[in-house]
Write a protein that binds this ligand. Structure first.
Ligand code: NAG
Ligand code: NAG
Ligand code: NAG
Length: 384
């Protein structure tokens, strides 16, 4: 029991998301009786890369692959340097030394490629891969890591800074603390802007198990009027994924984004503390969004971006299919990967695939080919 607690405590986002996904997959499995693969196979976890046929072949708006060779070259050529505004990524991450104190945690090593990691090293490897992908897709972007002042890690990378925020990082408060940290961060930026107006940096708050594979600065150009952006999917219970939240860097937008998140925090504390602490933030987000009178939730079933004014904040809804793509879990329908995918989310048991993808990219220097690798891996679950 003690060890379990350690495992859940030592790191912020990852194990939590792992647990979360486990819940989702069980639910999805129950819903579908027509699955190609037997459930035992879906639930088996692998310690090596498992590739199968790529989904979506023959569909004109989906990535076409021959093995891990991409036939469509849609990434990397769209004049990214033309966007003037800067964008910074913000993620919450904590690691405690005490979580690897048991002999097991120190001894059990996981091999990925030529590297070997214990639990803590594995989480650090995911964080490093997250940073690596940003450095490729958006080399001028800074990465800001919000963390517990008591956390035991350091990151020696250019353009990466740690930002300690006092709070309650215990297991059952994690998702709550994350929203609090976002609010505290936005508050500090708002104060800074009042001293140095004109220094505009847009912020994208993400989970650290995500690979940014294209320039996201265009969001702020293509949609000039939003304060805060969320990603949506066609899922009745949890239409909003909390892993990606973009905030425009103007003082006004930062203030409105902060007010919106304060509403989410309030709803979370009032309604979702007991119900489900792991899903709480997503349920609270959906609840605030749907509190808008006459909100048309049918739009979540299409993959077209739209904007809504919610309690005074202009909220842009971006499709997960492009900005938070993950293959469907369990037996959900899988129609392949959109050609213009910009962010891949290695939710749940896909962290190994994230590291393998980075290794593949490091030797091929080819994002579309790497996307074929990810696509061919499909719903495979891995050992971490
Ligand atoms: C993607 O590649 C396939 C195979 O080469 C091709 O038929 C299709 O037109 C391409 N789609 C786009 C949008 O370029
Ligand atoms: C915690 O881990 C870090 C990084 O491995 C190390 O530098 C530090 O000395 C450790 N602290 C303690 C108290 O063990
Ligand atoms: C502008 O803001 C960024 C963070 O958003 C900060 O790192 C940088 O130092 C600021 N530049 C100036 C000149 O204030």
């Amino acid at each position: 029991m003690k060890r379990m607690r350690g495992w859940h405590r030592f790191l912020f986002g990852l194990p939590l998301i792992l647990l979360l996904t486990h819940l989702f997959s069980v639910k999805e499995l129950q819903q579908s009786s027509q699955t190609m693969e037997p459930p035992e196979k879906l639930n088996k976890k692998f310690d090596h890369l498992v590739l199968g046929p790529a989904a979506g072949q023959g569909l004109s708006n989906r990535l076409q692959c021959q093995g891990t060779k991409a036939l469509n070259r849609t990434h990397g050529s769209n004049g990214r340097s033309s966007l003037e505004d800067s964008v910074a990524f913000v993620t919450v991450f904590t690691i405690y030394n005490s979580s690897v104190n048991t002999a097991d945690d120190k001894a059990i090593k996981t091999e990925v490629g030529s590297a070997s990691y214990n639990k803590v090293e594995r989480s650090m490897a995911v964080l490093n891969a997250f940073i690596n992908f940003i450095k490729v897709a958006m080399p001028r972007s800074n990465v800001i890591i919000l963390t517990d002042p008591k956390s035991d890690f350091s990151v020696q990378r250019s353009q990466v800074t740690l930002y300690p925020i006092q709070g309650e990082y215990s297991r059952d408060k994690l998702m709550l603390q994350r929203i609090r940290s976002y609010i505290a961060f936005l508050d500090s930026r708002h104060k800074m802007l009042s001293q140095r107006p004109g220094n505009i940096t847009h912020y994208i708050f993400t989970d650290s198990d995500m690979a940014v594979v294209d320039d996201l600065g265009q969001i702020f150009h293509d949609h000039p009027n939003f304060d805060l952006a969320l990603t949506f999917r066609n899922n009745k219970g949890q239409p909003i994924n909390s892993g990606f939240i973009a905030v425009r860097g103007t003082p006004d937008a930062i203030l409105r984004a902060k007010l919106f998140l304060q509403d989410v925090l309030r709803v979370y504390r009032m309604e979702y503390m007991k119900a489900s602490r792991m899903l709480g933030d997503q349920l609270a987000l959906a609840s605030v969004v749907k509190s808008k009178p006459q909100f048309d939730a049918n739009r979540f079933s299409k993959t077209v971006a739209f904007t809504e004014d919610i309690r005074g904040t202009k909220v842009l809804f971006l499709p997960c299919a492009m900005y938070n793509w993950t293959p469907p879990e369990g037996a959900g329908q899988f129609r392949g990967m959109p050609l213009d995918v910009k962010v891949v989310h290695f939710k749940g048991s896909r962290k190994r695939l994230m590291l393998e993808s980075w290794n593949f990219y490091s030797s091929s220097l080819d994002i579309p080919d790497m996307l074929c690798l990810i696509l061919a891996s499909g719903r495979t679950k891995y050992d971490f």
